[in-house]
Design a protein around this ligand. Sequence first.
Ligand SMILES: [Zn+2]
Length: 202
Amino acid sequence: MAAGTVFWDVDTQVDFLHPDGKLYVPGAERILPNLQRLTAWAHKNRILIVASADAHQKGDEEFKLYPPHCLAGTPGQKKVPETLLWNQAVLPNRPAELPADLETVGQVILEKQKFDVFTNPNTEALLGRLGKDVEIVLYGVVTEICVAAAARGLLERGYRLRLVRDAVHHLEGPKARALFEEVEEGGGRLVTTDEACSNPKR
Ligand SMILES: [Zn+2]
């Protein structure tokens, strides 16, 4: 897989998106219809979805800042049904084999225990397989935390980035707006779900 588009879904998990989740992001359930559209669009157009997912263990460093959430094996750690595809490959937070043929996989899940998806040692290898020309369409939660870490990591590595501004959600509005500006200044573009779900072959 060389040139093309990849959708990059950040932490769209029950504990963040559902009002009874362990670290519910207030109002985040409002982006569920857009998340569902993006997922369906990618599936229909055979666009690979790379999805990061918190998979925490008890005592993880992050729990000094936030209440425990997305503990591996709990219902809250699961991706919400709106963003889940059946043909997925899970890359745990330790060196692992990439799927032999990404064309047969709908969704690659990168498990992580910190904000930044690049802490999973398989992230770089996966990007290497996708190629430098790929355009990445980024969305999910939380805008100014884990989405920001992914956006910065991808821009620093020179990837073309589109951030779907109506398919992300924040805890702190001003910080989310600052990220939007930072992405644009860094050469990324802000798009809507409508724009992301059009013209699969650019
Ligand atoms: Zn976490």
